[in-house]
Each structure stands twice: as C-alpha cells, then as structure tokens.
Design a protein around this ligand. Structure first.
Ligand SMILES: Nc1ncnc2c1ncn2[C@@H]1O[C@H](COP(=O)(O)OP(=O)(O)OP(=O)(O)O)[C@@H](O)[C@H]1O
Ligand SMILES: [Mg+2]
Length: 205
C-alpha cells in the first residue's frame, strides 16, 4: 500500500515559523543527548517490540483467540549492510500512529509497559540517517523510510524537514512477510552515528 510522503513532525506545528522549528530541533537534540550507549538502538527497538507483542496478546485474549497467537520477535544484524532490523508480530501501527509515532513525546502506551516516554522511536528516527518502518494491521499496510534525518538535525540551515517516503523494496524482511500483523524497523549505521559499525564488537560474518 503506497502513501503520499509525509513529515512525521507535522503534528508539532513546525510550519509556524523558524523559531518553532528551532525549538523542535532542540527538543529532538535533547532526546538524542540522553542516549549515549552502544546498545541503545537495540534496547529501544526490542522494548517496543516486546510491548507490541504483549499488547497483541492482551487484544487476542479479549477477542478469545489467545490460543492461536504465538508472540515472535526477530532481531537481525546485517554486518554487510551495517544495519539492525527488529521485527515483531505484535499489535502493529495503524495509519494514524504510523504518521505520528516518530514525533517527540508521542506515546500511545498506557498501563504496564516498558516504554512510556514517547522518545525511543524519535531517537531511532532522528539519531541515524536511515530508518525504515513497515507495518501491517487489518486494513492498513505500509512501508516507509526516512533518509538523512540526523544530518538534517545537525545542519543549521532551514531546509525542508525529512519525510517518510514509501519504500518500494519488494520484500522488507522475511520475518515481516510471514507475519500476519506487526512491525519491522531497520536502522542503518554510518560514520556519523553511534554505533558506527556493527562489526566493531568482533562479530564475524
Ligand atoms: N514495534 C511497535 N509496534 C507497535 N507500536 C509501536 C512499535 N514501536 C513503537 N510503537 C508505538 O509508537 C509509540 C512511540 O514509540 P516510542 O518508543 O517513541 O515511545 P514509548 O515506547 O511509548 O516510550 P519510550 O520513549 O519510553 O520508549 C509507542 O507508544 C507505540 O504506541
Ligand atoms: Mg519505546
């Protein structure tokens, strides 16, 4: 399912003026500065996946179909592509959430979840220069990517905000293709990100 490219920050009134955009960029930079660890992208994506499968388990229970649901999370580390993909068969993102969840302080979680601040996804989207998010829920399926978000954040020019553009790759990820519902997020590292290289810890191909 394709869609018109959109700015995930548009819900934060960035169009008002340059000062509002500057304030928003600082809000995102403050979020990024709270993430200093090598494993932070892993933690944030895996926590979101765990919350998503638990939310789906609750949902299936309320529908009386919990017997049929087996929660699954796949973590794929691609040393050649220098990328991390976390795929879950959880509750998924509907269209509205898909368009909003990358914005700072947007959280849709209530109750006993790991995440609650609404900043983890912002960090993964704007702390790196490649993120792809794919989602599948009843009635909505989409795959989009943002390029160069970190470079945009660090640049002091007032260029247009990075957009989520449809990602046309025919196959997102083997696990995502098999799942009936859920989310897959890929983040790719580069010389300007932390971590820079996934093979640094000595992992071998
Ligand atoms: N894998 C996923 N499946 C379904 N929904 C997701 C997934 N990842 C993120 N979301 C939705 O996007 C929202 C924003 O995610 P984000 O990680 O920024 O915030 P959070 O998990 O609520 O809080 P925290 O900042 O503590 O991680 C979440 O509240 C959740 O509703
Ligand atoms: Mg989170």
């Amino acid at each position: 399912m394709s869609f018109t490219p959109f700015d995930p920050l548009s819900f934060k009134n960035t169009k008002v003026n340059d000062a509002a955009l500057g304030a928003l960029k600082r809000e995102i930079e403050n979020i990024l500065s709270s993430y200093v660890g090598w494993y932070d992208p892993f933690c944030e994506l895996i926590q979101n996946a765990l919350d998503a499968v638990e939310a789906r388990a609750e949902y299936e229970k309320s529908a009386g179909t919990e017997e049929l649901y087996r929660p699954q999370i796949e973590i794929r580390i691609d040393l050649d592509d220098n990328a991390l993909t976390v795929t879950d068969n959880g509750i998924g993102l509907d269209k509205e959430k898909f368009e909003q969840f990358l914005a700072p302080n947007f959280s849709f979680k209530t109750g006993n979840t790991r995440g609650h601040k609404g900043v983890g996804a912002t960090y993964v989207a704007y702390g790196f220069n490649y993120i792809r998010v794919s989602t599948k829920v009843p009635g909505f399926e989409a795959s989009g990517r943002i390029l160069n978000a970190k470079n945009w954040l660090k640049s002091h020019t007032t260029g247009t905000n990075p957009k989520v553009e449809p990602d046309e790759s025919p196959r997102v990820d083997g696990a995502f293709d098999k799942n009936d519902r859920g989310v897959a997020v890929t983040v790719r590292f580069d010389e300007t990100t932390h971590p820079k290289r996934l093979d640094w810890v000595g992992a071998q191909r």
